[in-house]
Write a protein that binds this ligand. Structure first.
Ligand SMILES: Cc1cc2nc3c(=O)[nH]c(=O)nc-3n(C[C@H](O)[C@H](O)[C@H](O)COP(=O)(O)OP(=O)(O)OC[C@H]3O[C@@H](n4cnc5c(N)ncnc54)[C@H](O)[C@@H]3O)c2cc1C
Length: 413
């Protein structure tokens, strides 16, 4: 047996041992007795659901109001099925409902129920309405048939996995919405998918692994290109894009190099569909802007410590305060808001996180730390574009535990 094989065996034995000892110990703890106070949550995305979950566990009655017919927010309508199977999401949400969180679907605050009424009837409110609106790029032809905005496209496909599109699809943008749109377009039947990005691939905000998988699946990327206008065919439908060739200039405030147009280097690409995926923004139509502090980006002004807005007893978090961010950040805000709301309503701000579990010391021997990661199980490329089957299938249980139990010393890198 090689040294590496011995080290892997040790690591797996360690994990198996731990699994055996703790299997029966990890249980959901009981919920604190009700305290007679009611909290309303607006938006059943990652942030709103997390806040509701912890508040119920601390004894509050929680009503979550959601405008869509499904809970989950971006997790349900944005992130595609092949990255997050909706069955898994539905199961997680059902666990949250089992704790006692009441989710009212098809209920838009501002239309079906006025915000003022919510404020009157509840002791506190958490607003977690995310960024629902696609940012436009404001160039000629953006309203032509065949030009779709990324978040709207993903929402349509997530609601109907049989959605079909033929021909060449051009996606504009370099974030997760753009890459998700490109990979989704392939699965909907597009014969060619090209992403246009104004900087270089290494500066794309999308996750590197997602870009890598997209390229493996056949998505092409044209770097240093920016759309100037969308051009229609004789029927008035988008047929091509006039693009500006870009080059890299000085570094900007974000630490990335600026993209600068190259003169007299415009070029044209054909397109049967264009998906514009540059960003999303939030709108807060249910509160009068003069009654609450709003930043110049249209997000709420909140206290860093408590997430309370400038309106007494009204808290906000997740994308609606940060702009497009990450799931874990939305969850963290939901948890922080639950602590603050508990304090605001007279509690100690200590969440009921259930019975603590023993976390064993990690394996820190040099040969274990130096081992490569176990490879993830991944769906073969040839099976991917014909279906929405999950692509990253995860680790074998023991491999996952073994990975979690070694310290990779990220702090030293
Ligand atoms: C395509 C895409 C891919 C992404 N991929 C990743 C990823 O891989 N990893 C990652 O960490 N992050 C990713 N993100 C970002 C991440 O999904 C978000 O940051 C996070 O989900 C935001 O959660 P939230 O609860 O703040 O808002 P949302 O999930 O947007 O939830 C807000 C909810 O509020 C509801 N709502 C809005 N207005 C009202 C109203 N007036 N009344 C009632 N309900 C209302 C909405 O319908 C929605 O359900 C991605 C985002 C997108 C768009």
């Amino acid at each position: 047996m090689t040294d590496e094989a011995v080290a892997i065996c040790d690591l797996k034995r360690f994990a198996a041992d731990y699994a055996y000892k703790n299997e029966k110990e990890i249980m959901i703890e009981s919920i604190t007795a009700k305290n007679g106070k009611k909290v309303a949550v607006i938006g059943a995305g990652a942030s709103g659901l997390t806040c509701g979950y912890y508040l119920v566990r601390n004894g509050y009655e929680v009503d979550v109001f959601e405008q869509e017919h499904l809970a989950g927010g971006v997790l349900a309508f944005g992130i595609p099925e092949y990255r997050l199977p909706k069955e898994v999401l539905a199961h997680e949400i059902s666990l949250i409902e089992k704790t006692g969180v009441r989710i009212h679907l098809n209920t838009k605050i501002g239309e079906d129920i006025l915000f003022e009424k919510i404020k009157q009837e509840y002791d506190s409110v958490y607003i977690a309405t995310g960024t629902q609106f696609p940012e436009k790029i404001r160039i000629e032809g953006e309203d032509l048939p065949g030009v779709i905005h990324g978040i709207n496209f993903l929402k349509e496909v997530n609601s109907n996995l049989k959605y079909s599109m033929q021909g060449k699809v051009i996606v504009i943008g370099g974030g997760n919405t753009a890459i998700d749109s490109a990979r989704t377009a392939l699965r909907c039947g597009a014969s060619e998918v090209v992403v246009l990005y104004r900087r270089t691939i290494d500066a794309m905000p999308a996750y590197e692994a997602e870009i890598h998988e997209a390229v493996l699946e056949g998505v092409k990327i044209i770097e240093l290109a920016s759309p100037k206008r969308f051009v229609a065919d004789q029927q008035g439908r988008v047929a091509s894009i006039e693009c500006i060739r870009m080059q890299l200039g000085e570094f900007d405030k974000s630490g990335r190099r600026k993209a600068i147009p190259v003169e007299n280097a415009n070029f044209t690409v054909d397109a049967d569909y264009v998906i514009v995926a540059v960003s999303q923004y939030s709108d807060l139509p249910f509160i009068k802007k003069e009654e609450i502090g709003v930043t110049r980006w249209g997000t709420f002004v909140v206290s860093d410590q408590t997430l309370m807005t400038t309106m007494e007893g009204v808290f906000a978090g997740g994308d609606v305060t940060r702009g497009p961010d990450t799931v874990i950040q939305a969850i963290a805000d939901g948890k922080k808001a639950a602590e603050s709301i508990d304090k605001y309503l007279g509690g100690k701000g200590v969440l009921n996180k259930g019975k603590s579990i023993e976390i064993p010391g990690f394996a820190d021997e040099d040969e274990i730390v130096a081992l490569h990661r176990f490879p993830l199980n991944i769906l073969q490329v040839e099976h991917r574009t014909k279906s929405f089957d999950e692509v990253v299938l995860g680790y074998h249980k023991l491999n996952a535990m073994a990975e979690a139990m070694r310290c990779l010393h990220c702090d030293r890198r």
